[in-house]
Write a protein that binds this ligand. Structure first.
Ligand SMILES: Cc1cc2nc3c(=O)[nH]c(=O)nc-3n(C[C@H](O)[C@H](O)[C@H](O)COP(=O)(O)OP(=O)(O)OC[C@H]3O[C@@H](n4cnc5c(N)ncnc54)[C@H](O)[C@@H]3O)c2cc1C
Length: 374
């Protein structure tokens, strides 16, 4: 059988195609174990070696573009949302480091995160909710000689263990009475003195994400681990990329659910055709969504409100379409999707995560309601 190649036989395949191949070979056989709690460390490192966490970083050789990072995440999400989410966590950490002005982080930790040698993530759910008026800051910092000490707790930080690193934001009270506090962003090491990681969650899905409850008791954060102090301008720079890169989870999930619907067409099409939504409907929605995402991916540092609104809208559509596609995959598959080993029920449990991970559907809707029109 001849296989159509979308690239020259002499040139290496584009990175997302390499990721798709690794996902087919190494990830697909493990998805049930990952669903049951296995962290896919070998696959995460193999993706890193193949360039999955480095394609979106600015460098002299290529213009900044998030497209390949999103496509690679999408290819993994076609099989397993745990792994795709861990890829997003890793990409977000790399994004924070390379978007900062911290040369030490960029030269030392950055390359090891970008190639998957060091694994890590992001504890930004609480600050992202705080910036949009939903929660209050959970981490507090105190200035000390050479940096800060930080106290507080984050309930969920994924893709980390004691050898990993993650981004955090903490609040620092102003020295002068009555002045506004400021927010500072930094990278923390999972094994740093005063950091306690506990894996005590019992989720309905996403068990293989190495998700930790993090306690920080007067953890010293040196100046050379700071990403931004204060965070304000830096936050405007990174927020669109943070949100947009999550859309890879959505497009992979939708594509996989379309595949599930198509798989049962021959046997069940005569009755499935009465369902409200058909695979072709989701194919049209997916094509439109991917076109918008890849157009947005070319200018991730655009700080305009109109651009951020488009990113939020694409992310919202991705979450809603993921849940809808997984719901219809279950209806199309029927009983074969409803058994313990059924793919459709796993995808349905996973799909809700796209809609509840920060920024969740409700937060995205709040943001669209409150951000200026343009
Ligand atoms: C599998 C998984 C992985 C995650 N990984 C990360 C990560 O890597 N980094 C990160 O920053 N965030 C992570 N999160 C958090 C996630 O991004 C969302 O913030 C979270 O799902 C809640 O978002 P929400 O906006 O729906 O808030 P809501 O759930 O509406 O509200 C959150 C509030 O509810 C409270 N709450 C939470 N659970 C309970 C409970 N069982 N009983 C009572 N109150 C509760 C919390 O204290 C919090 O203040 C993860 C969550 C999950 C489920």
């Amino acid at each position: 059988m001849s296989v159509a190649l979308s690239h020259s036989p002499l040139a290496p395949p584009p990175m997302p195609e390499t990721i798709a191949e690794i996902a087919r070979r190494r990830l697909a056989p493990q998805v049930r174990d990952i669903d049951a709690g296995l962290y896919p460390e070998g696959v995460m490192r193999a993706f890193g070696a193949a360039g999955a966490y480095a394609s979106h970083l600015s460098g002299p050789s290529a213009p900044l573009d998030l497209s390949d990072a999103i496509s690679a995440t999408s290819r993994a999400a076609e099989h397993c949302l745990c792994t795709a989410f861990c890829m997003w966590c890793q990409n977000a950490l790399a994004w924070y480091i390379y978007s900062s002005d911290n040369a030490s982080l960029k030269n030392n930790l950055g390359p090891k995160v970008a190639n998957g040698e060091i694994l890590g993530g992001t504890g930004l759910s609480n600050p992202m909710k705080t910036f949009f008026g939903i929660e209050t800051m959970r981490l507090k910092g105190t200035p000390v000689e050479g940096g800060y000490t930080v106290r507080g707790a984050l309930p969920w930080v994924s893709n980390v263990d004691q050898t990993g690193y993650f981004g955090v934001v903490f609040e620092v009270e102003a020295a002068e009475e009555g002045a506004a506090s400021r927010r500072v962003m930094a990278v923390v090491e999972g094994g740093a003195e005063g950091v306690k990681l506990t894996e005590d969650h019992d989720f309905v899905a996403m068990g293989g994400t190495n998700t930790q409850a993090v306690q920080m008791r007067d953890v010293f954060i040196a100046d050379d681990m700071l990403l931004a102090d204060p965070i304000d301008d830096y936050l405007k720079k990174i927020r669109a990329g943070f949100v947009l890169m999550q859309t890879g989870m959505a497009t992979g999930m939708i594509r996989s659910c379309i595949g599930l619907m198509r798989q049962v067409e021959a046997q069940l099409g005569h009755v499935n055709k009465y369902l409200d939504r058909q695979p072709g409907d989701f194919e049209t929605e997916l094509a439109e969504l991917e076109e918008e995402i890849h157009s947005l991916a070319k200018t991730p540092y655009d700080t305009s409100i109109s651009y951020f609104r488009r990113v939020i809208t694409a992310r919202l559509k991705g979450g809603e379409a993921s849940v809808a596609a997984a719901h219809y995959a279950m209806l199309h598959c029927g009983a074969r999707g409803y058994v313990g080993q059924g793919v459709a029920q796993r995808r349905l449990r996973e799909a809700y995560f796209v809609a509840i991970v920060t920024p969740a559907t409700k937060q995205l809707r709040k943001m669209l309601a409150e951000l200026p029109a343009a």
